[in-house]
Design a protein. Structure first.
Length: 401
């Protein structure tokens, strides 16, 4: 059964969960061998592992150091339990939410993941087009395998955000921000927790850094300011282009003053991603951030760090009820989405799960994973006793003793 049959009435109330369930069961009854998509996130991951060599797999799946932060992210979700309410008439559900004045079909986005060509040849074009089919925002990484302009063309009018790594060259930064505005990206996500790469043991064991192969550099190789820094164009001397990229990609000297300068360069909503400390969150808002993304980079930067979900609780308490907070790191399923919303997030970003889907089936895989995720979220909302995402609050969850 082709994935297209699922992409039907995705914005209509009450259809996500039941429709997906019935179509999966119907496919089995008809013995339609063409339906062969994983259901659980663990099975998506297992199938992705079969597809990918060690280098690409661990670049996606690995974490900093011994992986304690990545483990903490998952354990934090387990500590909070949903407490369902009964007999509340949940026949019609509404998954929609609003961010920066824009109505979105669900309270989640496809978060920024770089170098997607190592996962599938269709790379960010596949992820962007899959997100566009559902109106789910896609956040393009600075270190994408496809230029921001080409992704914008592929996505048409669908919502997309641009994630910025603020490197050493402020003119390259300004150029990329301007390009994103010109290409119709509707928000800027400045990642501040990657001023250096973490000690990622698996990447080091595999001696695998895709940038050294010229992968993930599309936005640099197409940038006029970056190209002006080179003695010869990348088409003639890729090695020199890679070396220059490595010299400007990260910036350990990046400060709040530099972030403030980026804020002044754009009228786009600016999100500051990589915050786990409440005081940093307050400072970001004081400098004019429109939102903060509570995140520890999926455990890929600081080993032994605080779980993002635990940080979310503290940050929400610090910034008050009205500040816009998003969250990533550890989000794997619909229950995680509801728990994050209950503990203070306005929306969440998925990362690794949609990378598994991309590895398994390219654009079709990401679309199918989105169908399942919307279906599961619809059912989880209803079975918890709620009709609308906007009803979710702290009372929905209970912390385990």
């Amino acid at each position: 059964m082709a994935f297209e049959i699922y992409i039907k009435d995705v914005t209509k109330l009450t259809t996500h969960g039941l429709d997906a369930q019935m179509r999966i069961y119907a496919a089995a009854l008809k013995a339609e061998a063409s339906y062969d998509w994983p259901i659980s996130v663990d099975e998506w991951a297992r199938r992705a592992r079969e597809k990918l060599a060690d280098g690409p797999w661990w670049y996606v799946e690995g974490a900093a150091g011994q992986g304690w932060t990545m483990r903490a992210n998952r354990e934090a979700f387990y500590r909070y339990r949903i407490r369902p309410r009964m007999l509340r008439n949940v026949e019609d559900r509404d998954l929609t939410t609003r961010l920066f004045g824009q109505k979105l079909p669900a309270p989640f986005l496809l978060g920024p993941v770089g170098v997607q060509s190592i996962v599938h040849p269709e790379a960010e074009l596949a992820s962007g087009k899959a997100a566009a089919a559902f109106g789910i925002p896609f956040v393009l990484s600075t270190v994408s395998s496809v230029s921001l302009e080409d992704v914008a063309t592929a996505m048409g009018d669908a919502p997309r955000w641009f994630q910025l790594y603020p490197g050493r060259d402020p003119e390259i930064i300004a150029s990329m921000v301007a390009r994103a505005e010109q290409a119709g990206y509707s928000a800027l996500v400045v990642t501040v927790d990657t001023t250096m790469l973490g000690w990622r043991e698996k990447d080091l064991e595999n001696a695998y850094l895709p940038f050294l192969q010229g992968l993930g550099l599309a936005n640099y190789l197409t940038d006029p300011v970056f190209r002006s820094r080179l003695a010869r164009p990348p088409e003639e001397d890729m090695e020199a282009a890679i070396l220059h990229f490595l010299s400007v990609y990260v910036n350990p000297a990046f400060t709040w003053d530099d972030l403030s300068a980026i804020r002044r360069q754009t009228r786009l909503p600016m999100l500051v991603k990589g915050i786990t400390h409440p005081e940093d969150a307050k400072h970001a808002f004081d400098l004019g951030a429109d939102a903060v993304v509570v995140s520890n980079h999926g455990g890929r930067q600081v080993d032994g760090g605080v779980a993002a979900l635990d940080a979310l609780v503290e940050v929400r308490e610090a910034v008050g009820p009205d500040a816009a907070l998003l969250m990533d790191s550890g989000i794997r399923c619909a229950a995680d989405v509801l728990k994050a919303l209950a503990l203070g997030a306005n929306a969440v970003m998925f990362g690794r799960p949609y990378m598994y889907a991309l590895a398994v089936g390219g654009e079709a895989g990401v679309r199918q994973w989105l169908v399942h995720t919307l279906a599961e979220l619809d059912l989880e909302l209803a079975l918890a006793g709620y009709r609308s995402i906007r009803e979710i609050d702290r009372s929905v969850v209970k912390k385990a003793e």
